[in-house]
Design a protein around this ligand. Sequence first.
Ligand code: NDP
Length: 309
Amino acid sequence: MLNILFSAQPERWDEYKGPLNAAFATAGLQANIARDHAPEAVDYIIFAPNGPVTDFSPYTKTKAVLSLWAGVETVVDNPTLTQPLCRLVDPSLTAGMVEWVTGHTLRHHLGMDHHIRKQDGVWEERFPPLARKRPVTILGTGALGAACGQAIHALGFPVTGWSRTAKELPNIRHLHGQDGLQAALSGAEIVILLLPQTPATENILNAETLALLAPGAFIINPGRGPLIDDDALLAALDSGQVGHATLDVFRTEPLPAAHPYWAHPSVTVTPHIASTTRPDTAAQIICENISRAEAGQPLKHVVDRNRRY
Ligand code: NDP
C-alpha cells in the first residue's frame, strides 16, 4: 500500500479525491491518498504551492514530489526539497492554454477591440491583414509554447519559436540562444511568452528587446510576470511601440488594485486564468508517473534544479 500525501489547498481535495482514487484503482495500484499522513511514512507527495507542506525534510522515505502546476518557480529553490520534483505536463492544461492564446492572438490580429469599443454610428472600414502577413513569435517552445505554435501556424500565421536549446519543430522557424532572441523578436508583430520564471528569463522583455519589435506590436503573457520589465512595458505602451499587452500573470498576484496596468487603456489584465489543472486528467498523469516509478522506470518531467525548470 502506497501512502500518498495530497498537499494542496484544502478546498482542492474535494475535486481531486474522486479522480485520484479512480485513477489508482484503474491502474491496479493500492494507494492510501490522504491530506494527512505521518511524514516518515509518505511515499509520494502531490504538491501545489499553496498547500501545507513547506518543509520536505521530515519526508525521509518520499520518492518524488509531483507538482499539480506546470510552473515550479516557488518550490524549486526550497532547500529542504531533496526528493525529485516532477512538474505537470497535462494535455488538458495544454488544450486550455492553446485556446486562450489563440483567442487573444486572433483578437489582436483582427482588431476586435476597436469595433467592440467604438459603436458610435460611424461606418469605418478597417481591414485586418491576412494572418500570413502577421509574424508571431513565441518565447518558450516547451509543452505549452510548442502546442500554441502549431495552433497559430494552423491559422495561417508565420510562427517563430525561441528556446534555450536548438530543436526542430514542424511548421515553426526555431531559434535559440542570445543571438536567436534578437532575430526572433526583430519585426515580430505578436509576441507570446511561455517561458518559465528563472533567473535567466527574468526581464527578458525589457526596453532593449521591446525596441526590436514591429511598432505597435502586441504582447501576450501567460508565462510569468517577472518575464517582463513592467516599467519598460509601460513606457513602450505609452510611446506606441507596443500597441497592447494582454497580461495573465504578474510579479504580485493578485495584481494590486492601484497597479497602473489596471487602468491602462492598452492593457488587458486577466487573473491568472490562461489555463488551469483539471483534476480528471491531472490525476491520471500523476498516477501514471507513480506507476512508472513503482515499476522501476524513470519518472517523467523531472525538474532540473540547476536550470530551475
Ligand atoms: P516547459 O518546461 O515545457 O517549457 C519551457 C520552455 O522555456 C522550453 O522551451 C525551454 O527551452 C524554454 N526556456 C527555459 N529557460 C530558457 C532560457 N533561459 N532561454 C530560452 N528558453 C528557455 O514548460 P511549459 O511549456 O509546460 O510551461 C511554460 C510556463 O507556462 C510555466 O513555467 C508557467 O510559468 C507557465 N504557465 C502558465 C499558466 C497560466 O495559467 N498562466 C498555466 C501553466 C503554465 P528548452 O526547450 O530549450 O528546454
